[in-house]
Design a protein around this ligand. Structure first.
Ligand SMILES: [Zn+2]
Length: 420
């Protein structure tokens, strides 16, 4: 018995040490967890005219992505879309302005470098000083070449064809104003740092609590990945609900402090990136090493809460988009505080919104993503909240308003059961 004990101990130690380090999710390219700066290829900003009568395209605006444009022999207009750097996850973002000297019907083929077509092309028109989504473009996908062919009538008035409605950093500020999120005297907007290219990283704090009490903190993160506009829009509806005049929202604000970072990758969003920041890195793989300015800014803003006796980070939501509605909770068997909150919230949302067909997939906390950092740093539960890429605006609104109300009710109840 004695000998068995002696041999077992070193074996256990060895097996713990040899646990494989997290290298990326199944959809990640290799080396994704190495988050030191990688070189990116800046997009050449220009206007190109092809054919007769001339069709013009431009990528000279925020959020644009178009690498090349020319006419093929069959008079199809070939648009080439390259990422900021590679290897990269399959999120081929495109956005370009197009117009013509005369009204004419054109066929545009979207070709992607080492990626396959993903996003339904949207047509945006200039309205009141910004590009507004008006309709989907008619298109067909060629699975063999992984391209898409758009048929559209163009004229002298430019339209933008883009992967998602254009929500760039300017639009963030307009949206916060328009939704009344910044108006109240309990809302504080602070710059917590700058992106690699010097754009501000904003923190929105919503706080009507009394200073002397222990206040739980809800953390909201969004837009680490530039094309994930539907998740970003969902996060804005959550903020709007937290600042509403309802009795529930008021009670919530008097108990919870909300710390929101709605645009964590402003460079990527304005530069029309597929996924990375201007350090060429997937920011949601940088929550262990913090090699990038954007993740570091949010980390430094939140970290002091760890030592504040009158604050307790209680829950975190990181908003994203993908090809389905899905929650990624922390594995049930991992103890968090509150415990299994995401599972209970997800259940209430899915029961109320069968039409949204949410699924759920639990993960352990080994990957270097923001949700796991919240757990590792504060012991709190957190979720990656993914909205379908193509969810319609009114569906995003209905679902988000409803989910945020459930969240406020359930967080208040969970907090009331703690001993703080
Ligand atoms: Zn994402």
């Amino acid at each position: 018995m004695k000998y068995i004990f002696i041999f077992l101990v070193p074996w256990i130690l060895f097996s713990c040490k040899s646990t494989k380090e997290f290298t990326g999710f199944s959809y990640d390219p290799p080396d994704v967890t190495n988050t030191t700066d990688k070189e990116i290829t800046p997009q050449k900003k220009r206007i190109i005219g092809v054919g007769e009568p001339v069709v013009w395209v431009s990528n000279m605006f925020d959020g644009a992505r178009l690498s090349d444009f020319y006419m093929a022999e069959d008079s199809v207009l070939e648009a080439y879309i390259k990422p900021e750097n590679g290897p990269i996850n399959n999120s081929p973002w495109f956005a370009f302005k197009i117009w013509s000297d005369t009204t004419q019907k054109v066929d545009i083929r979207l070709n992607y470098e080492e990626a396959s077509h993903r996003y339904i092309p949207k047509v945006n028109r200039w309205n009141n000083g910004k590009w507004e989504y008006v309709k989907k473009a008619s298109f067909t996908v060629d699975d063999s070449t992984e391209t898409a062919l758009i048929s559209i009538t163009v004229d002298t008035e430019p339209v933008v064809i883009s992967a998602q409605p254009l929500f760039t950093t300017n639009v963030l500020n307009e949206e916060l104003q328009k939704r009344g999120i910044l108006n109240a005297d309990y809302v504080y907007r602070r710059e917590v740092g700058k992106s690699k290219q010097g754009r501000p990283i904003w923190e929105i704090e919503i706080n009507e609590t009394q200073a002397a009490e222990v206040a739980p903190v809800l953390v909201i993160l969004s837009r680490q990945h530039p094309p994930e506009v539907s998740g970003f829009r969902a996060s804005l509806f959550f903020l709007e609900e937290f600042t509403s005049d309802s009795e529930l929202a008021k009670r919530f604000r008097e108990t919870f402090i909300i710390k929101a970072y709605p645009m964590i990758n402003p460079d990527g969003s304005d530069e029309g990136h597929w996924r990375h920041n201007t350090g060429g890195v997937d920011l949601n793989r940088d929550w262990v090493h913090f090699n990038q300015a954007e993740t570091r800014a949010v980390q430094q803003a939140l970290l002091p809460l760890k030592n504040q006796k009158n604050r307790k980070v209680f829950y975190g939501i990181d908003f994203h988009s993908t090809n389905e509605n899905i929650f990624y909770p922390i594995l049930k068997k991992i103890k968090t505080e509150p415990d299994d909150f995401t599972q209970q919230w997800a259940q209430r949302i899915t029961a109320k919104h069968k039409e949204a067909a949410f699924t759920s997939e639990e993960f352990d906390t080994s990957s270097p993503i923001s949700k796991n950092w919240i757990f590792r740093t504060f012991g709190a539960d957190a979720v990656t909240y993914e909205i379908h890429d193509e969810m319609q605006a009114d569906d995003i609104e209905r679902l988000s308003r409803s989910a945020s109300k459930l969240l406020m009710e359930m967080l208040l109840e969970a907090w009331s059961k703690t001993n703080y």
